[in-house]
Design a protein around this ligand. Structure first.
Ligand SMILES: O=C(O)[C@H](O)[C@@H](O)[C@H](O)[C@H](O)COP(=O)(O)O
Length: 260
């Protein structure tokens, strides 16, 4: 699929009165994105982050509009630990979401933990899992996720792409690994910017006053070059911010009226 490079469209910022309203509107957005993807391709490809994000997807639980059997879920980043480890994003997403919804187990794609001793192999194997999901079907150089759900750290990281880290310049690999993550645990895999920047929709979710300073820098001062500011899909693609008013308190960027 030839991608005509268009300039990235400006981010769309939705700021809600409460985390509960944020989760409700986020669920409605995800259901709409699912419908568009399934109507077009019969499946819905999603990459999900760890941290507070899985809990913020709670309005998808018991939601009859969600067609879980159409979902193919990958991890935007993952800690290199066993899948039942308390640090595992797979385990976190399972506890907060997947154990509460009828998603077929084979539709959730964890890292291959038999390769935990060789991160190069582990990252390659995960890239191959993405290739088997995307390359045959979409024949694009990079996977085109229907939706990538991201959080932000206080240093402006997203996925496991941290400020000043050499991984920020990766232009070819779809999946990379890090052994010195400033956020513990140190060993992780992560999607790279080329993958994030080929997604149809990237949704950042941030709530609470603890995010106010970094959110203001990421959105109002992208020249600072924080990792989250470098997520600018343009093949085409759109970045959305789903935040609460506590997190956006210092952001000058214009809010959009929520609409689906
Ligand atoms: O595996 C991880 O650690 C996450 O993917 C990470 O990138 C997270 O999204 C941010 O650190 C925000 O975390 P909070 O939402 O918990 O603040």
């Amino acid at each position: 699929m030839s991608s005509i490079h268009q300039p990235p469209s400006p981010p769309i910022l939705y700021s809600f009165d409460s985390p509960n309203e944020l989760s409700e509107k986020l669920a409605a957005f995800i259901v709409k994105a699912q419908k568009e993807a399934v109507d077009k391709k019969g499946r819905f490809t999603v990459a999900i982050s760890g941290g507070s994000l899985p809990k913020q997807l709670n309005k998808l639980i018991d939601n009859p509009a969600v067609k879980w059997e159409k979902w193919q879920v990958f991890f935007a980043d993952e800690r290199c630990v066993p899948l039942d480890h308390e640090d595992s994003n797979y385990n976190l997403c399972r506890k907060e979401l997947f154990s509460k919804v009828p998603i077929p187990k084979q539709n959730i794609h964890p890292i291959d933990v038999s390769l935990l001793d060789d991160l190069e192999e582990l990252a390659d194997a995960y890239e191959k899992a993405l290739i088997s999901e995307f390359a045959q079907k979409d024949s694009a150089r990079f996977p085109v996720f229907d939706l990538i759900l991201l959080g932000i750290g206080p240093d402006g990281h997203t996925c496991s792409l941290f400020p000043e880290h050499p991984l920020l310049t990766e232009e070819d690999r779809w999946v990379a690994y890090i052994e010195d993550s400033p956020k513990p645990p140190p060993k992780r895999t992560t999607l790279t910017f080329p993958v994030l920047n080929h997604a149809l929709r990237v949704v950042f979710v941030a709530a609470g006053e603890g995010k106010a300073d970094v959110l203001s820098t990421i959105i109002d001062n992208p020249e600072a070059g924080l990792p989250a500011s470098r997520v600018r899909p343009s093949h085409p693609g759109q970045v959305y911010w789903y935040v609460d008013n506590a997190a956006s308190a210092k952001v000058k960027y214009q809010r959009s009226e929520f609409k689906l």
